[in-house]
Design a binder for this molecule. Structure first.
Ligand code: FAD
Ligand code: SF4
Length: 486
């Protein structure tokens, strides 16, 4: 059997044709020269590669470029970026490029579903995928009789709680490989001029299959049951809430998403987790994750450069460099600190605190995509296109979402405990106490009204804008704020 070249995000057994297949891995320092990644992301990727190389069947080559590293005949699974796909198609040593693995729906099934549709909506794709893969199905019917249990999920945090009170995932025990990685990264920073963003810290995310499986077991046993109701809630004292923290492991290829949803379904079938939580979790994986992956390939490459709202602002330094201490707005400061200290915050802080702020301020979508890609432990090019350009920055003018994810302080106040301890007031639009999210929301609407007016889902918010007596003062105030940290 020809040796299999595995990219660093294809590390699990499902990327091999048999357990005894020989493997080639290439570790490239040059990757870290091109962009300033989060220090903990660089650590995680190197640690995962080097742990994978402990297997006798694996040859690990250190080389600056893949062309230099891949000197023997190999097969490879379809990689996860366009640049890597061009490369594997060009390299003479690559004997065969196999279809992608590590996702649930096959490319041909996605294309068959998408072609001819006016709107590509995740909900429709998700229902199709559940039927196709027989996940949470009772015969031809969805388990429990409903496809979508969002109405039972997405609650605000429990009143008065500072923590959710679920068992946190057990800490990962670092080993001598982590020690070596840390020493190498220190040296690269010192001697090779390689720069990182964020703080170093104990490795929080799995680098091996065993660690990833242990995390999956722990999540299903201790946290899945409360996933659904609190999936959108934020608590300053509990950044992990009931989230799985499995994205990095799935994106490194350490876990097969299908095995993850099968474990969750099993918990429901055995009566260990309620259907609403299991359905909410399954839709994240065979729904959202796969949808985002397929849109990366389905949309034309130019989609990534989309900027339908004409947002031209560059990221201010305090944001780019994760300087949470420069920010007084409690929600944004706490979330930025989470990125700085962990390279991870959950979905709602990404969408409704970080992305929402950039959208309101008109920062360049491409710059935001690059920032998310570099600053998050689970960030990869394929995840950015639809999540950041499409969903978070609305730079595609609604090809994948029905309206912009712009919201004022009222949303953050409802879904978190941030506002109580903040120097701003979510109800105030103008003046010293004006919440930058509330004021930013209205000024976003005022600035983009010509583009948004044709969207019937924006009619009500725009009517609200017209009823405000202080729009002018508010727009002036937000212009004066400019790129200063709020
Ligand atoms: P959970 O809440 O436990 O969800 C379970 C799993 O569902 C995740 O592990 C993930 O694999 C999957 N998932 C859910 N939503 C998405 C989605 N929209 N896209 C892809 N996978 C999804 N996810 C990444 O994996 N990498 C990223 O770089 C990334 N950047 C994002 C940027 C923005 C602006 C937004 C709005 C979302 C982004 N996401 C990204 C999606 C999502 O926020 C993360 O997957 C999730 O927060 C990871 O934490 P978790 O594993 O605890 O997820
Ligand atoms: Fe964030 Fe505004 Fe609430 Fe402060 S008042 S925490 S800035 S939403």
């Amino acid at each position: 059997m020809t040796r299999r070249w595995l990219f660093a995000d294809q590390l699990g057994p499902h990327f091999l044709d048999s357990p005894d297949q020989q493997v080639l891995l290439v570790e490239s320092k040059a990757v870290f020269r091109r962009r300033a990644f989060h220090r903990q992301k660089a650590h995680l990727i190197l640690s995962a590669l080097r742990h994978r190389a402990l297997d006798d069947r694996v040859r690990l080559v250190r080389a600056d470029t893949y062309a230099v590293g891949v000197r023997e005949r190999v097969t490879v699974c379809h990689p996860t970026s366009r640049a890597a796909r061009t490369l594997v198609n060009r390299l003479p040593t690559v004997a065969e490029v196999l279809p992608p693995r590590g996702f649930v729906t096959a490319p041909a099934d996605f294309t068959a579903w998408a072609n001819g549709r006016k709107h590509l909506r995740m909900e429709d794709f998700y229902r199709d995928a559940r039927q196709r893969h027989g996940v949470l199905m009772d015969g031809a019917e969805p388990a429990g009789g409903r496809w979508n249990l969002d109405a039972d999920n997405r609650e605000p945090p429990p009143r008065g709680a500072t923590r959710l009170g679920v068992a946190p995932p057990p800490a990962i025990v670092e080993d001598e490989i982590d020690e070596q990685v840390r020493a190498d990264l220190d040296r690269w920073e010192r001697e090779d001029g390689i720069a990182f963003v964020g703080n170093d810290g104990p490795r929080m995310f799995p680098a091996t299959r065993d660690e990833a499986l242990a995390r999956l077991d722990h999540f299903v046993e201790h946290r899945l049951a409360t996933f659904g109701p609190y999936e959108d809630a934020m608590l300053a004292g509990d950044p992990l809430m009931s989230h799985s923290l499995l994205s990095a492991a799935m994106n490194l290829g350490l876990l097969d998403p299908l095995e993850v949803v099968e474990r969750a379904e099993q918990a429901y079938r055995q009566g260990d987790a309620p259907l609403a939580s299991v359905e909410g979790f399954v839709r994240q994986i065979i729904g959202w994750r796969d949808f985002i992956w397929h849109l990366y390939w389905y949309f034309e490459p130019e989609y990534r450069a989309g900027n339908e709202l004409g947002a031209r602002g560059e990221l201010p330094r305090w944001f780019a460099e994760l300087d949470a201490d420069a920010v007084e707005a409690r929600c944004l400061s706490d979330v930025l600190a989470g990125v700085r200290d962990r390279g991870w915050v959950h979905h709602i802080p990404r969408l409704m605190v970080l992305g929402n702020y950039a959208l309101q301020r008109g920062w360049r979508p491409g710059a935001m995509a690059d920032w998310f890609h570099r600053s998050f432990v689970d960030g990869y090019e394929w995840v950015m296109t639809a999540n950041v350009i499409g969903m978070s920055q609305y730079a595609d003018r609604g090809r994948m979402s029905t309206k912009p994810y712009a919201a004022g302080g009222a949303y953050i106040n409802r879904m978190s405990d941030y506002c109580g301890g903040c120097r701003y007031d979510p109800k105030v639009r103008v003046g010293d106490a004006a919440c930058p999210y509330t004021a930013g929301y209205w000024s976003f609407l005022a600035r983009n009204e010509p583009v948004l007016a044709g969207n019937h889902r924006m009619r009500q918010p725009l009517n609200g804008l017209h009823r405000l007596a202080d729009v002018e003062a508010l727009v002036e105030q937000e212009q004066a704020r400019g790129s200063r940290a709020p």
